[in-house]
Design a protein around this ligand. Structure first.
Ligand code: HEM
Length: 122
């Protein structure tokens, strides 16, 4: 085990929180708390904690891409383009919180980013 294994673990932990959290929201919290003020509070807290997870994912990802010389990889760039689209949709989602169609779109893009990440892994 070396430093890079720890960094991959941090990358994966951030991914587990961000993507797993979306699945838990959709499969557990929304069916139970839909329409209740607690749902809004839970979604808000998840949004705040996701910022921390995304900062960890991005910082560890930048180090990993440099260490493994992957900046020339089309898979990495596809992942980054999807990440930019994800951020734009998340910003729209925060502004227009009522738009329900956006949740499954965010979830699907996140899952595609996970698959591209696995394809990148050494
Ligand atoms: C929501 C955003 C992201 C998700 C969900 C995600 C997910 C993943 C996953 C699941 C892996 C596989 C790790 C493994 O099995 O070893 C991975 C690997 C990787 N990710 Fe990400 N990632 C994200 C963002 C980023 C960003 C922003 C970068 C770079 C700037 C990046 C760079 C990398 C690299 C270079 C690897 C390969 C590491 C290796 O060679 O083992 N990722 N990512």
């Amino acid at each position: 085990m070396d430093f890079w294994d720890v960094l991959i673990a941090i990358h994966l932990l951030g991914m587990a929180f961000f993507v797993g959290g979306q699945l838990v929201l959709a499969a557990v919290l929304v069916p139970v708390l839909k329409g209740k003020p607690e749902m809004k509070e839970a979604a808000k807290r998840f949004g705040q904690a996701s910022i921390v997870a995304l900062v960890l994912i991005i910082l560890s990802g930048i180090y990993l891409a440099s260490h493994y010389h992957q900046w020339g990889s089309h898979t990495l760039w596809a992942k980054l383009v999807l990440l930019v689209i994800l951020f734009a949709l998340m910003a729209y989602h925060v502004k227009e919180g009522q738009k329900r169609w956006i949740d499954p779109v965010l979830g699907t893009i996140s899952l595609v980013i996970v698959i591209l990440g696995v394809a990148l892994a050494n």
